[in-house]
Design a binder for this molecule. Sequence first.
Ligand SMILES: *Cc1c(COP(=O)(O)O)cnc(C)c1O
Length: 407
Amino acid sequence: MARINKNYDKLAAGYLFPEIARRTNAFLDQNPSAKVLRLGIGDTTEPIVPAVLDGLHAGVDALGAADSYSGYGPSEGITPLRHGLAGHYRELGLSLDPSEFFVSDGAKSDSANIQGIFSDDCVVAVQDPAYPVYVDSNVISGRTGEASDSGYEGLIYMPCTEENGFFPDIPDRKVDLIYICSPNNPTGAVATKEQLKTFVDYANEHKAIIFYDSAYASFITDPDLPRSIYEVPGAETCSIEFNSFSKTAGFTGVRLAWTIVPKACRTEDTEAGKLHALWTRRQNTFFNGAANIVQAGGVAALSPEGRQQTDAQVSFYLENAHIINDGLKSLGITTYGGGNAPYVWLKTPGGLSSWDFFDKLLNECHVVGTPGSGFGPAGEGFFRLSAFGHRENVEMAVSSIKEKLQI
Ligand SMILES: *Cc1c(COP(=O)(O)O)cnc(C)c1O
């Protein structure tokens, strides 16, 4: 008799984006001629840059000739890409070995799958608000109890608030697995080296592991802010880092990412090398590697030309964030983020709930954003606007907010 994994029934979320779509469609049914401007979803909109397209084309062409054809590759990724990634970190002054890089088809899947190499009874701490994958993957694996308004039972929420600059204090008890995202989705906040050091020291002291999601690292403009957790001394023994070509190179549909598991990384019951070996085993068992065509595109994205062109695209999105921030500030709305991240995190005016502000923005301005409460309890009273969009769309949305929002 087959039985299902009942943990799926505990999932409260999965509710956020379908609910946004439901309310947006209901509005469009009532107002068929309205043009809705979407600043809701964190998805790239601009075409892939020429140098990267050339790499993708070359990847396709290689498959058409017997002497360059390739079938299954190493599940950890092709050698030129792992070397290219190690070279990229070398520019940050970091010496990670190419064998510590695991190429994959997404930081979402890796950040969801990583918990599978850890014990079921690990205590999990997450930033609140957070990218929903961290919480949901642990709910599905049975590391939490039921959900309530204050979150899942058994999960340690680390509130990110105005008071702490949207970076949490270290847990006041022993936790085992800690998720940190910087630059943060949804708040746009970037952790300083000093802030990260508090967590690295905590993790080394308690033999905990930090999962560091740096999917937006390329959006950091401030030279003092760390692009990788390994810029913090001691991080190699306690941190696993995720990053992706999705937001940097417009690969959200193409799919290519990487995870770093340093050989020095260890748990309280293992020595250095074991986590690296486990992730290797996990990937070799469940995954057959990212597409060879796509990896050729990734190598091109890391070339000097590729970097220059993708950097320009990242700057374009950051300029969008600047336009959104300026518009909101001119209305007296308090905003955070946007300077080193493609997300603007605004405090809802008049103390509205996140969903009430969603309805107000949609009805008055025809703009769709994302309610902060959808990312965790501490997101209540906040709202995320995404800077991914065509310039004229972003400008129209900001004009509409400036002209029509009644506050
Ligand atoms: C977009 C995003 C990613 C990227 O995921 P992919 O699966 O590589 O597209 C990872 N983490 C966060 C927080 C994101 O917002």
